[in-house]
Design a protein around this ligand. Structure first.
Ligand code: SF4
Length: 385
């Protein structure tokens, strides 16, 4: 988080505390997606306020359960994106899909407190063999869910059935080109047809059933080879039944990709770039304040809990979830204190923090622009419970 975002948060905090504690409402925007949560339980309200205090104090043992979580449904993928640790085969963890029992166990503990759950990690989530059972678990809890996909098996009957039986709040479909040629320059091996066919079928089902969810969200990462397509994005997304569109910048993460590979993707349009450059060198921002370990842990597919998704080889593990190791034991345990201290006080010693994608960005969000395409949807009330 940047200094200006912290100051804005602190100024808003008295009003927020009143809305949360007094009325049980919370409005926020998550990576450009508008969210409204109403009628929160008392325990959730208290947890939210305590969590706000964690963010100010960055306590090694948090006062609260996390507000957001990332769940790695699988850590294998059907594409080979050139800067992704999975595409580059840099993830050394065993390839697997998260067991439904693990997911259920952890959601039973954290679900009552979470505001959002992002259902992906370093893999393609729709390849999960029990996708329907996984999504069914999310529906037992009052949080917002984001399911992200490259869309390559979105036309599979089994996948569509899982999504319409248990719709996530947002279904994010990552398309970085309006033709196969452009899209597959970054999403190596991808085709548009299965993604667009899946979106068409889900949209048709939404119209027939009257369901607002899932919000069909097209996400486009602007890069050098596709930036010329930006003016055509709205028309393309509308023509292909999307409800929502975001344009995102390409963030650099620690991988085996060379700097030249990254450089080749940086757009020429300054406002589409995640970072600012001076004579080819990235401008470093000094006011970055990392909040990740205090509110947004990641559960990897094998049950290992980490403070930040960018620790993709779990070198700073908080421990492994098991029948005898509850989430609370990991989250509030001694190992977590040690690992949080390393990130809070010595982040530049850590492989994944040295190249933190958020450190030099102007904003915490990587997405920079949102388009509300479906006039039938009351976006301001998405997520009301
Ligand atoms: S990479 Fe490190 S500094 Fe960046 S968000 Fe993750 S934990 Fe924080």
């Amino acid at each position: 988080m940047r200094k200006h975002e912290r100051i804005r948060g602190l100024i808003r905090s008295p009003l927020l505390a009143w809305e949360i504690l007094g009325r049980g409402d919370y409005h926020f925007v998550y990576d450009q997606m508008p969210i409204t949560i109403r009628n929160m339980s008392l325990e959730k309200r208290i947890n939210l306020v305590k969590s706000g205090m964690n963010l100010i104090h960055r306590r090694l043992t948090p006062w609260s359960m996390p507000l957001h979580m990332q769940f790695e449904l699988t850590n294998f993928c059907n594409l080979k994106c050139p800067v992704c640790p999975t595409g580059l085969r840099a993830v050394s963890r065993k390839k697997l899909a998260m067991p439904v029992s693990h997911f259920k166990q952890i959601l039973d503990e954290v679900g009552p407190y979470l505001l959002t759950a992002s259902l992906w990690g370093w893999g393609e989530s729709l390849l999960h063999p029990d996708l329907g059972a996984m999504l069914a678990e999310t529906k037992k809890h009052p949080f917002i869910s984001f399911l992200s996909t490259n869309g390559q098996n979105l036309d599979d009957d089994r996948v569509i059935q899982a999504i319409i039986d248990h719709p996530p709040t947002y279904l994010i479909v990552a398309l970085d080109g309006l033709t196969d040629e452009i899209n597959s320059k970054f999403r190596v091996g991808a085709r548009l047809a299965p993604a667009l066919e899946g979106v068409r079928r889900i949209s048709e089902w939404k119209k027939k059933s009257g369901s607002v969810l899932p919000i069909l969200h097209m996400r486009f990462i602007a890069m050098k080879h596709n930036e010329h397509e930006v003016p055509d994005l709205v028309r393309f997304a509308e023509d292909h039944h999307f409800d929502f569109l975001t344009v995102r910048t390409l963030s650099m993460i620690h991988t085996d990709a060379s700097n030249d590979t990254y450089q080749s993707f940086i757009p020429e349009t300054t406002r589409l770039s995640a970072y600012q450059y001076n004579e080819g060198r990235r401008i470093s921002k000094q006011d970055f304040y990392c909040l990740e370990p205090f509110w947004l842990p990641t559960l990897f597919a094998d049950g290992t809990l980490v403070n930040c998704i960018h620790d993709y080889n779990a070198e700073l593990s908080l421990g492994k979830l098991s029948v005898s190791n509850s989430f609370r034991e990991l989250w509030f345990g001694d190992q977590s204190r040690t690992q949080r201290r390393k990130i809070r006080d010595h982040s530049m010693d850590l492989y994944f923090c040295r190249m933190c994608p958020a450190r030099d960005r102007d904003t915490t969000d990587a997405s920079i622009k949102a388009y509300y395409l479906n006039k039938q949807i009351d976006y301001a009330n998405i997520g009301s419970f």
